[in-house]
Design a protein around this ligand. Structure first.
Ligand code: FAD
Length: 478
């Protein structure tokens, strides 16, 4: 990768901050998360005093892309509102009584539309924007896109470009937090092999990615395409994660103009489809025994806390699998890949649409060393490689953490461990906001401030909710 021209031009404008300043690149839910983690522990003022600059390419911070999905959440209403937890008189305390927050608290253990989650995060983002902008060293640079970041003797120099004017400038900060979200790269899809064949070559125009289907506009296009067939459609979904189940649920429940026949939707999955349970007793009471000691979170006692399906997806998979006395869902069939390739190929060939729900890859940012040479990242070395280590530090290609360069958010690859809990058998990414806004964001704040991170108010009886509600719903989304 060539060095961006600006590094060689003498005319660049440098916004200088002191050596302890933090540049947060991407002002979506993950970009806000370390700030909310600090707020939760009563340390937001300390963090803001360090000097925070948020760089966001859109016109607002907070919402990111979460509100664009046409489905319900797989985390509870309460967990979204819980990001406002903190000391009674904290900076965001007033928002706890906002009508939107109350809606989420009322949803409690239930699911909420992601569109509404986007609205709540936008509201919180607006408030956080005001708080940052009001501090002497704080700035929120909206409609500004980060292009790359380059190591310096004291930290990082990040090149940003005004989205409207194209004007470029650099931010000099000691720490950089990448929160640029994730994508479903087309090149990864082109290389995907299923049942021994190249998926893209086999399916051609019939192949889509889950992100294209679940966006509000994408879903409307799918509705029109399936309705135009004039017969019960057949859809094959490839993947065993929440996204695969979410696509199936949306197809079966959000398309009033389309009628699926028996087995009209098939989920083709490689790994077992696991069910979340709040406790071993609850699982056994349902006759669910597909777990061992490694599948139980040692902190919470929950079964498949990270890897199990939740809420709408859970209900659907339980119905399809006949678990817990649920009524059957004959329109959905489950097909395990790797057992009978011929049968898998028949399902793919007969499908009107094939939807790849294969997860996301982190966007990150091009990184350069002090000499201006590209620094390859571990995440770029294979389709599964993680962007960060267990402390949210961005990893170079050889697995070494890059100093003062952190990342958080969708597909960053953070795996909970130790006091963060989660079942030891979990292999994957924890993509839940609540975790980022508490312990994961806390790791970053810890690294930026001091290791003594202050009191955790999240389990306190706060203005937010009753303690029993908190205990019932402090969960992760995956
Ligand atoms: C279908 C789906 C459903 C989900 N459901 C849930 C759920 O129920 N509960 C839950 O907790 N989580 C859920 N998640 C996971 C996660 O919370 C969301 O994906 C969330 O939007 C991720 O936040 P993010 O900040 O990492 O990325 P994004 O929301 O994409 O935000 C990234 C931000 O960075 C900005 N940006 C990107 N590049 C640049 C750049 N170069 N310069 C400046 N700005 C930049 C973007 O404009 C954007 O504002 C879901 C994810 C998906 C895909």
């Amino acid at each position: 990768m060539a060095l961006p021209a600006i590094w060689a031009t003498p005319k660049r404008v440098t916004l200088s901050f002191d050596r302890t300043a933090v540049a947060i690149i991407g002002g979506g839910p993950a970009g806000l998360a370390p700030l909310l983690a600090a707020h939760r522990r009563g340390r937001l003022a300390d963090l803001l005093k360090e000097g925070i600059t948020v760089v966001e390419q859109s016109g607002a911070v907070g919402e990111g892309s979460i509100g664009r999905w046409c489905i319900n959440s797989d985390s509870t209403g309460f967990t979204f509102a819980d990001c406002l937890a903190g000391p009674p008189e904290s900076e965001l305390a007033a928002l706890r009584n906002h009508p939107l927050t109350k809606e989420f608290l009322e949803a409690g253990d239930g699911t909420v539309p992601l569109r509404s989650a986007g609205e709540l995060l936008a509201l919180i983002g607006q408030a956080m924007n005001g708080l940052i902008a009001a501090t002497p060293n704080g700035r929120v640079l909206k409609r500004s896109r980060a292009i790359s970041t380059r190591r310096t003797a004291t930290g990082w120099l990040t090149l940003i470009r005004d989205v409207k004017t194209g004007r470029e400038r650099t931010i000099d900060s000691r720490n950089v937090v990448l929160a640029t979200g994730a994508s479903q790269p087309a090149e990864r899809l082109r290389g995907e092999v299923v049942a021994g064949v190249n998926l893209a070559e086999r399916c051609g125009e019939r192949l889509l990615q889950s992100g294209d289907v679940l966006s509000t506009s994408g879903f409307a296009a799918i509705a029109a395409r399936l309705a135009a067939l004039g017969r019960p459609p057949r859809v094959a979904i490839i993947g065993g994660s929440t996204s695969a189940a979410a696509v199936a649920h949306a197809l079966l429940h959000r398309l009033p103009g389309v009628t699926f026949g028996p087995g009209g939707v098939t989920i083709l999955h490689r790994r077992e489809l696991r069910i979340f349970y709040p406790s071993v007793d609850a699982a056994l009471a349902d006759g669910y025994t597909e777990f061992g000691p490694d599948d139980i979170c040692p902190i919470s006692g929950r079964v498949y806390r990270l890897g199990g399906f939740r809420l709408d997806s859970r209900e659907l998979i339980m119905r399809a699998r006949g678990i817990g006395g649920r009524s059957p869902e004959p329109r959905l069939q489950l097909h395990r890949l790797g057992l009978d390739d011929a049968a898998s190929l028949t399902l793919l060939d007969n499908a009107d649409l094939v939807i790849a729900a294969l997860g996301y890859r982190p966007r990150a940012l091009p990184v350069f060393d002090e000499a201006g040479r590209p620094v390859p990242l571990l995440a770029g070395t294979s389709p599964q490689a993680r962007l960060v280590d267990d402390r949210c530090r961005v990893l170079g290609a050889s697995g070494n953490p890059l100093p003062h360069l952190f990342a958080i958010g969708l597909a960053a690859g953070f795996v909970p461990h130790g006091r963060l809990g989660g079942e030891p058998s979990f292999r994957g990414q924890a993509n839940g906001l609540w975790l980022w806004q508490s312990d994961v964001g806390g790791l970053i704040v810890d690294a930026i401030l001091s290791p003594s991170f202050g009191k955790d108010y999240s389990l306190e009886l706060s203005a937010l909710a009753r303690v029993e509600q908190i205990n019932a719903t402090h969960e992760l989304a995956v």
